[in-house]
Each structure stands twice: as C-alpha cells, then as structure tokens.
Design a protein around this ligand. Sequence first.
Ligand SMILES: [Zn+2]
Length: 288
Amino acid sequence: MYRGRFAPSPTGPLHLGSLFTAVASWLSAKAARGQWLLRIEDIDPPREPPSAIGRIFSSLRTHGLVSDETVLLQRDRHEAYAAAVEDLLAAEHAFYCTCSRQDLAVAREQHPPQCANSKQSPGVPASIRVHMPADRYSFEDALLGHVDVPVTEDSFVIRRKDGLFAYHLAVVVDDAFQHISHVVRGRDLLDSTPYHLRLQHLLGLPTPVYSHLPLLLNDQGRKLSKQNLADPLDDDMAPDNLRFCLEALGQPQAPARLGDCASLLAWAVEHWDCSRVPRHDLPVTRQT
Ligand SMILES: [Zn+2]
C-alpha cells in the first residue's frame, strides 16, 4: 500500500511553495490508490506561532487536501524520540557533545576526547550527535534517478543542548511509525537525506522511496519560503492556486469548466504523470 505524507512545520502560514509540495505528494499517493497523511512537525515551539496550525489545516482543507488519518503532531511523540536516542546511545552510535558551533568551526569538526562519551557529565549541557562515517551517500530518487550526496560533517545533532529533538531524528522515527512508503518533498532536503538513511539503518527502520521536487524560486532566484517572506497562500484563490501548482508540476491543463478544488483534484489524479514533473527549479512569476 502506497502511503504518502505532507509534513509542514507550523512556523507560519503555508505559501505557494508548500502547497506545491502538498499537491505533488497528494497526487502521487492518490494516483497510486494510496493514502495521504498529514503530520505537523511542531518540534521547535519557540519558532511556532500558536495560530499557525489551525491556519495550515484550514488552508489545506480549502484546497481540498484532507488527511486520510488522524493528523500526527510531533509534540505528542517525545517518548518515541527519546527511546530512539537511548537506543543510539546504548549502541554507541551516538555521543554527548559539549562543543559550541564555534568550537567545531575552529577545530574543523574535530571533537575533544570528552565528547566520545555515551554518558552525560552531570550538570554540563550537551547535545547528542550521531557519527556519520561515510563522506557520501547514494540512493535512487524516484524523480532524479541515481543521486550521490556528499556529506561534509562527521556527525550530526539528534537532540539539541536545549533538550529539543532535531528534525532529522523526528522525521525518520515518524515516517516509520506512520508506515510511510513514499516521501515526496522539496529538493532543499536532498542534503538531509544521508542523515535520514543513516538513522534508518542504525534504528533498523525501512527506507521509504524518496522523490525530491524542484523548488519554486522567487524573483531573486531564492527558494520560496517563510524565511524569504513568501506571501501566505490566499485561500480565496484556491482553484487558481491549484491550477498554478499543476502547471508547475508539468501536468496537462485541466479543462476550464472545472472551477472547484474537488473536481480539479479529481481530474488531476486521473491525468497524473510523474514523468512530466520538471527536474529543474522553477522561477515563479506569479505570487498569490
Ligand atoms: Zn563535541
């Protein structure tokens, strides 16, 4: 059974770039007669305005994108992340690290001897990192074919010094927990994939099929993102937004008579052709 997902972090409202990913993952799942799940990656409370989750739900619903199962909130998953961290420490794949970013930059990623510990020194704030032995990872991307991603760090953080769990850990644990078979996401996450493959291997979890989508670029050639102040989605323009995403995904043009989101999506599922999805990033000339 194909099980796909869309997993936004609620650091603000959705924008056209996030809708593009949501639509691509939804169509891929539905065209395969599979399920599409929504997960909210709320693991960084200081960066998450309280109203964001409700607004994301309402935007997706307005665009006809509804989760096939109860929405998973990462704030409810801390026990599972802690258990995974314990497993990694017990097997000595992970270690406590007291270095600051600056220490690591000065020491060129070399940790001092006290960082080799899988036990925390009492009273010393420490992050927890996982060793990264290989300097490159290869995998088959469903969209890009064979990809070879260089890795520049010897280790990466799975739990921060402030106790918050890192994205890499949470995403891997939850993709397995939700039995996600296919991950469709933006190409900005391609560099993260080696960390995910490594954690899946160490935790004995299956690796889903990955498809890394092209990015929508703003007029300065940068990824549409909340950091780059992309405009929030205008839900009053939902059918137009969907048509924009379908066109950006290289799909055939839906007949003009289809004016509402449900019929547009139903038509797009019937005509979905993943081989038409562009492999290059896409400048956006229209922002809603
Ligand atoms: Zn260290």
